[in-house]
Ligand binder design. Sequence first.
Ligand code: TYD
Ligand code: MG
Length: 452
Amino acid sequence: MKEKTVYLCSECGYENAKWFGKCPSCGAWNTMSEFKVKPEVQTRGVLQKPRGLSKPSTLSQIETRDEERFLSGIGELDRVLGGGAVHGSFVLVGGEPGIGKSTLLLQMCQEMCKNATVLYVSGEESLRQIKLRATRLKISPPSLFVLAETDMEQILAETDNLAPDILIVDSIQTVYRAEVSAAPGGATQIKECAMALMQYAKSHNVTIFIVGHVNKEGALAGPKILEHMVDCVLYFEGEPSGSFRCLRAAKNRYGSTNEIGVFEMSDHGLLEVENPSAAMLAGHPADASGNCIACTMEGTRPILAEIQALVAKTAFGVPRRTAAGVDYNRMVLLLAILEKRAGLFLSGSDTYVNVVGGMRLDEPAVDLPMLLATVSSFRDKPLPEGVMAFGEVGLTGELRAVSAAAQRIQEAWRLGFHTCIMPRQDLGDKGLPKEMNIVQVQNIAEAIQAVL
Ligand code: TYD
Ligand code: MG
């Protein structure tokens, strides 16, 4: 049969019979590349099925068992998944190479194997390497089967033979379907392989985890192709130099996407960080200027983090501003508010803001601590010891209420903080610690006056 030529965008997977300089779907330039596709692959899918195989049904006709889940035994991972992996779900674990995806999934097998059969397919490592890694992690899951294979047909044939409850494919970039004439790792192969796995997961009620490497731009290779196909997208991220790793759900059909899991990479694999606040605050200098403790909500969990600021005289004409761990534009906005509403002239100073421990704080509630850290550095005066702050700052310099204030106060109290600077808002009576000194302020001038 004659091969057909299609053009595929490597960014978003858009497909067309014509070549475009600019992808009509995602707008990226120069990403369309040519692929030869055999017609049987082109016209595969539902349209080819004989009639009568699938029938419409009402919701009440559909039989379901209770949403059953596999627990991984790793509390942080289960929380991000929304309480374990749902049977028959399709989960994508993404992250930069070397961040610890394979380690996490292998560690997960230890507990899952207790009541499930797991098949771990690796296209990147040999069986010996997997064994060595398991030995290093000190795990020997009894019903874990490993397979080093990259051919999709082989993988699915072996999966059929073994009939495991859980299938792990590490990674989607290394597997390929022989009848698709495109290189493994390209958009076409990724799309075809993920589609085959998705159909397998749904038809055989097998839970499938796939690993996807994220490219330098921070997007999964062909991100949109994969994201709409899977039930959950988990991103594993962290500063390459630091040992903390954060697992976030970017999409979850079976739970919230706000939860994060915090891990630390050690000699014996990933350790759960059950008390991230304490870990983030380790080494916090009590009497240095230019730092303030913030409390951010990650899903249902309050986490304390230290924000540092350094304000120094500008050596050249234009002041430098850099932000790590907080939004750059938000920081510049806060500096403008400080200048306009609190009379603090920072236009002759370089300003650097950093969140210790490589955490990323994207919540408006970190406005106030960021601002206090900056003022503290500007005046070279440390905040009093034991102070924590949270609150959103408005453009007129007013402080706006934030959610879950009581929880933030409780977390700060638990870690030994005794004063909390916060916006004026109703706290209710949800068992707040009585000894906590809660200072409610209306605007930034009041906040600065309260502590500096
Ligand atoms: P890995 O899980 O192979 O990353 P990925 O699958 O995301 O590419 O993790 C590799 C890194 O983790 C590697 O740099 C070494 C480090 N590591 C440890 O520090 N301790 C360990 O016990 C293991 C297994 C890996
Ligand atoms: Mg790996």
